[in-house]
Design a protein around this ligand. Sequence first.
Ligand code: DOR
Ligand code: ZN
Length: 357
Amino acid sequence: MTREIRIPAMVDPHVHLRDLDWAHKATFASETAAALAGGYWVVMDMPNTAPPAINHAAFDHKLTRIGATAVCDWGLYFGASQDDNQTEYPLVAGRACGLKIYNNATTGTLLIADQAARDRHYAAWPAHKIIAVHAEDDTVADILDLVRKHRKPTHFCHISLAHEIDLLTVAKEEGLPVTVGVTPHHLFLTVDDLPTLGAFGLMKPELKTKADQAALWEAIESGVVDVVESDHAPHTLDEKASEKPPYGVPGLETTLPLLLTAVHQNRLTIERVIELLATNAQRIWGLKPDSETYTRVDLDASYIIQRSQLRTACGWSPFEGMQVHGRVREVWIRGQKVFDGETVLVEPGFGQNVAVG
Ligand code: DOR
Ligand code: ZN
């Protein structure tokens, strides 16, 4: 028996597609193809690229390049920079899916540790486009102070600690305009997997304890978590094997099958998966997908995640060897079949910017 479902217009609001000066890691072409293979309609790319998307020239260059090569629809975040780039905001906000503020250290050079500098960015960014924040541990409370002051919609990326969930639960009860994302790696892996994974288990935020992982699953159940975002961050095998491996793991092709496996195990409902991977992000980022944009999935197909089957240019996954249930059969965008389960059916440049306005 095969049970098929149709998921409306899947959105991954947090990816790092690389390209530009980091095209040796991956490209917009390779990773948007991986996005289609993972079932996605839209991917939203973070600004910690090389060069970083922190002025209108770099942003426009990136926009032109992704526009010419993407095979799925997309959005680009603009980056808050250490040296007060707020005068750029009116020049880019109409074409960006949001502003990203890095408040803890990670890949790239965009860390803003000074609360007064963060406050200036919050004051200047237009309220109709979301602010996405990398905030870990105590920094979550610092950002909540800014949300309380400016009342600007804020998405907390890749929340990974039980304590952060507690803070955001209270913030939601308080009525603050906050949303919460969690990643598949924090849902399906813990520090206990590090000895086996080695550098493939290194990312920011880092893997946490089983108790933290349980808190994320509870927050999915209670509704405190709004989206599952892959934080797809490909680095090459050589880079991961190096003395100082960079942080980040790919996830575009494994997020949906992992969540459908949780459905198979009765840990999640299919309705909740559709909210977490599609409809909630559509609402939060103000997207209006065509009714002929959807993904057809075979719920019963079962397979083992293997690097030979992946399209991401990095060619590995922290989930290799896991048995999953659920396979993408077709992706349709704006009435056109763009992926048939094996092959991408559209040309580079088919993808459109969803964040215009
Ligand atoms: O692990 C990570 N990798 N976390 C981030 O925040 C950035 C990302 C990257 O760009 O490699
Ligand atoms: Zn990220």
